[in-house]
Write a protein that binds this ligand. Structure first.
Ligand code: GLN
Length: 479
């Protein structure tokens, strides 16, 4: 059965509403019905919030009835990754520890998207505390890839990518620390955007690795992703790391004209690709040349150190951030403890899954007395070198094109036994997070087995408009 959202875009819904072809309440009712019916196939939603959705839809209809501007996202059905807090709606972070946690406040991104007329249908499944590359680390079961149900949707924002691919939401919010928006977008064949660090407020995003965490959009096309980012971006008093830089008009940037744009192909990102992936990226590059881009080879020499630096920085920060889950405040508490320290130990032992424990142990180790300089500080220095590589590249080119992942969606269970192999899924996405630059995944075709492949675009800090222009021109030329 096809989705009631098929053929619709953010702009299409807004137009249909203002021309009175349908109401926001009708769109929300139909979208919820379809999402609930289809969800057992993928497990992409953890829970729905129908009352909140219908309230939001009614507010949009009232604005239209009063002749007011209904907002850029008017009536658009949205899903929100379950690491982003929603007032009165459970936010589990894919963890047993937070199974019953109902936040008393909304994340800034959530407030902004509802003010813009967006309708939140429910919360999307994800790896526990956003740690993973396959969505198999969720305490509530894995998500299946809607394109190939025996395969993973990618992770950690696997649910957010799957709902858009499945048509059970029009757009969604995810979070990216080392690739968790772009990699699942690539595996599911949708657009996924990691904005500049600080472009979107992290207030209300449950912290994994604070110096790397980003909130960003998923959509079926570049224009919808641009609209959603435009709504949630901008300075927020509640997050001191959010940037004051003005937010460009991203929709206006979608001119289709990329003639003379300079594109770099970093050679370190093209070794060891699955052959279909390599061919599809090459085809996309040829398309960009045809559109008038100038393409040149480039080198980012510190790329090989990215995975090591990332897994030191992110585990160190995670071990500190996750220390708050102690069984005393908002989490599940183990029933069987005689002393306070047993209670901490049992709660964390029973509550956290294996991947979180692995990272907490590694992170605690690298931060422990005497090791800080040897590991965390050194990793931060490597991070500066990687960022420096990008700065140098952007003196010569406007954007870089790379694959998102060395391979397409893999089979459920295939990489579970080998965490290091799993970590390699993010080899091409981690660098963008370490440097804090904007990057995105745009679908660029399917392998002979029918699996989607994404092309990654990276550009300089706060150049989301240029990135969208390139992605959109490619998308239009590729259809
Ligand atoms: N897969 C990476 C990790 O497990 C990235 C996760 C993310 O971006 N949240 O750390």
């Amino acid at each position: 059965m096809s989705s009631p959202l098929d053929g619709l875009t953010i702009r299409g819904i807004r137009k249909g509403l203002t021309e009175k072809k349908f109401s926001a309440a009708e769109v929300a009712t139909e979208a919820l019905r379809y999402a609930r019916e289809e969800n057992p196939k993928t497990n992409a939603y953890l829970h729905f919030c129908p009352e909140r959705a219908m309230d939001a839809a009614r507010r949009v209809d009232e604005r239209i009835a009063r002749g007011e501007e209904p907002g850029p996202l008017a009536g658009a059905p949205v899903a929100v990754k379950d690491v982003i807090v929603t007032r009165g709606v459970r936010t589990t972070c894919g963890s047993r520890l937070l199974e019953k946690y109902v936040p008393p406040y909304d994340a800034t991104a959530v407030v902004r998207l509802e003010q813009a007329g967006g309708v939140i249908l429910g919360k999307a499944n994800c790896d526990e505390f956003a740690m993973g590359s396959s969505n198999e680390n969720s305490a509530y079961g894995p998500v299946r890839n809607p394109v190939a149900p025996d395969r993973v949707p990618g992770g950690s924002s696997g649910g957010s990518a799957a709902v858009v691919a499945q048509g059970t939401a029009l757009v969604s919010l995810g979070s990216d620390t080392g690739g968790s928006i772009r990699q699942p977008a690539s595996f599911c064949g949708v657009v996924g955007v990691t904005p500049t660090y600080g472009r979107v407020s992290r207030y209300g995003l449950v912290a994994f690795a604070s110096s790397l965490d980003h909130i960003g959009p998923f959509a079926r096309n570049v224009a919808d992703a641009a609209t959603l980012l435009g709504v949630i971006a901008g300075r927020d008093e509640m997050d001191s790391t959010s940037a004051a830089a003005p937010v460009d008009d991203y929709e206006k940037a979608l001119t289709g004209d990329v003639r003379g744009m300079k594109i770099g192909l970093p050679k370190e990102y093209f070794a060891g690709l699955a052959s279909d992936t390599g061919n599809l990226i090459q085809g996309a590059v040829d398309r960009l040349k045809w559109l008038g881009c100038e393409v040149m080879d480039i080198s980012l020499p510190h790329t090989e150190y990215a995975i090591s630096a990332y897994y030191i920085i992110c585990t160190a920060e995670a071990s500190s951030n996750l220390s708050r889950y102690d069984g005393v405040r908002y989490t599940f508490r183990s029933a069987s403890s005689d002393t306070l320290s047993d209670m901490y130990r049992n709660t964390r032992g029973e509550g956290f899954g294996a991947e979180c424990k692995r990272r907490i142990m590694l992170g605690t180790y690298v931060l422990s007395h005497g090791y800080y300089d040897a590991y965390y500080l050194k990793a931060q220095k490597v991070r500066s070198l990687i960022t420096g590589d990008f700065h140098k590249a952007f003196e010569k080119v406007d954007a870089l094109i790379t694959p998102v992942s060395p391979f397409p969606a893999f089979k459920l269970g295939e990489k579970l036994a080998d965490p290091l192999e799993m970590y390699l899924s993010d080899i091409y996405t981690i660098t963008g997070d370490l440097a804090g630059i904007p990057c995105m995944s745009v679908p660029c075709g399917k392998t002979s087995e029918g699996l989607p492949v994404g092309m990654q675009i990276l550009t300089r800090h706060f150049n989301e408009a240029g990135m969208f222009r390139l992605a959109h021109a490619y998308e239009q030329a590729a259809c």
